[in-house]
Ligand binder design. Structure first.
Ligand code: SAJ
Length: 424
């Protein structure tokens, strides 16, 4: 313990980060930036090659990290490989591989099993940290795959796209030690990178439940906002006004309704949590069902607006504004926009899309709206708050606008307008 702790504290520890995605790559960069010798390991040769060359292989819009990557590679503190043998003399191995769900909504631990198998023979001397999100009790299974005295901790990532670096440094860290010694060692490591935040040391099971439930909790809150939107739509009220007035009551903080929940975390963490239970997690799973059904509600709104404008879906060109799942980012993973688009295509519409943040989708908005029959705001990008609808009305073939984010204050003149949750 003492020698390893010493190496962590004086930053002479060699660290291997397994999985160079949006969790592992920022972590590897920050650790290298703090002076550690870091190796990234990824099964994808292209990914490992790009990182070794100092080229940011993920979303281009992430602040600061691409430049930091170039610097730590140039300084010789970060390198990448596909070969697990790099773990041989590692002092710390941090596993950051994806833990998605399969089509049955069960955990898909293929990448995790591969990573654990890959590091197993080298893990005897190292501290092993799992940052991947895990269903409760999975760390125990991982410990069984490693050797009996393994120093293992589950420290679930808490970062989100667009602010990876900030989250890594400033989010409170939950440190689940498989043993008290492992928890203490992991805390010593994270102390080297965090700024102005807390580390909380607990056991692995608690850390697993905290991570999966914190996202399940957010999913339930969003589902409640979405349910309120559907109630208001049904009864002829405006959800944005109702929400604002509900939130004047102390202790109420209704989130914003929208076209559904996207991203890699909220769409699966409930399922990871539920997979470990011997009883149904009814409220959490109902929330999932509500959020998963929101794209259908959006398509119904679009079809109703087209009907009002007397346009048959088969004759309609619909422009989707916003493909990213989260405002201000270029991340399209599990985006509700994809569901909305594919359902509109199934309904017979011709679908175009525009997103100012996503490469490949960010041509010219006027071109995307030219001769279109309808526009549908799906992502709440700030750029969409200032659009000149009367101007676009002149270039559109028909003037139909659907807003799923409550960012168009008033129906533009001459438009058939529908807002999610706006029954009037
Ligand atoms: N959404 C709504 N209404 C809201 C808030 C969000 O419809 O009021 C939708 C978004 O449009 C998006 C989805 O929910 O489609 C998820 O949004 P999010 O803001 O929760 O962003 P995520 O999925 O990137 O969540 C991450 C989570 N972080 C991790 O899993 C490590 C989550 O725990 C954080 O709370 C969240 O970021 C955050 O607040 O940054």
């Amino acid at each position: 313990m003492d020698e390893l702790k010493q190496r962590i504290e004086d930053r002479s520890a060699k660290i291997v980060v397994v999985g160079l995605g949006y969790v592992g790559l920022p972590l590897a960069i920050v650790l290298a930036d703090e002076g550690f010798r870091v190796w990234g390991l990824d099964v994808c040769e292209d990914r490992a090659g790009a990182v070794s060359a100092g080229d940011w292989p993920l979303w281009p819009k992430e602040p600061d990290l691409p430049e930091m990557l170039r610097q730590v590679v140039e300084s010789g503190r970060l390198d990448a490989t596909t070969d697990y043998a790099v773990c041989k003399d590692a002092n710390v191995i941090i596993v950051c591989v994806p833990t998605p769900i399969n089509t049955n909504k069960d955990p898909d631990y293929e990448a995790l099993s591969q990573a654990i198998t890959g590091i197993a023979e080298y893990a005897r001397r190292a501290l092993v940290i799992i940052e991947s999100t895990l269903a409760p009790m999975t760390t125990e299974d991982i410990a069984q795959m490693l050797w009996p005295g393994v120093r293992l901790a589950h420290c679930p990532e808490r970062i989100s796209p667009g602010s990876l670096l900030y989250n890594l440094r400033h989010m409170p860290h939950i440190i689940g030690g498989y043993t008290a010694e492992a928890g203490e060692l992991a805390a010593a490591l994270y102390l080297q990178i965090v700024k102005d935040t807390e580390l909380y040391i607990t056991d692995c099971l608690t850390a697993e439940i905290v991570k999966t439930f914190e996202n399940g909790y957010r999913d339930v809150q969003i589902a409640l906002a979405n349910e309120l939107a559907l109630i208001c739509q049904d009864l002829g009220a405006d959800v944005w006004e109702v929400r604002e007035l509900v939130n004047t009551c102390p202790g109420r903080d209704v989130l914003k309704p929208g076209p559904g929940v996207g991203g890699a975390c909220l769409t699966k963490d409930t399922w990871l949590l539920a997979s470990a239970l011997g009883r149904p997690a009814e409220l959490l799973l109902t929330a999932r069902a509500i959020n998963e059904a929101m794209p259908v509600e959006v398509v119904d709104l679009v079809l109703a607006a087209l009907r009002e404008a007397k346009i048959a879906p088969a004759n309609a060109t619909v422009t989707i504004l916003g493909v990213a799942y989260r405002a201000g980012t270029s991340d399209v993973r599990e985006s509700p926009a994809i569901q909305v688009m594919s359902r509109l295509i199934k309904a017979g519409c011709d679908v175009r899309f525009y997103d100012p943040h996503c490469d490949g989708y960010n041509g010219d908005i006027a071109e995307a709206l030219n001769e279109a029959d309808a526009a549908v705001i799906v992502t709440g990008h700030p750029e969409f708050e200032r659009l000149n609808w009367p101007g676009f009305g002149h270039i559109m073939r028909h003037q139909v606008l659907v807003d799923t984010r409550g960012i168009v204050q008033e129906a533009p003149e001459g438009f058939v307008f529908r807002g999610l949750g706006r029954g009037r």
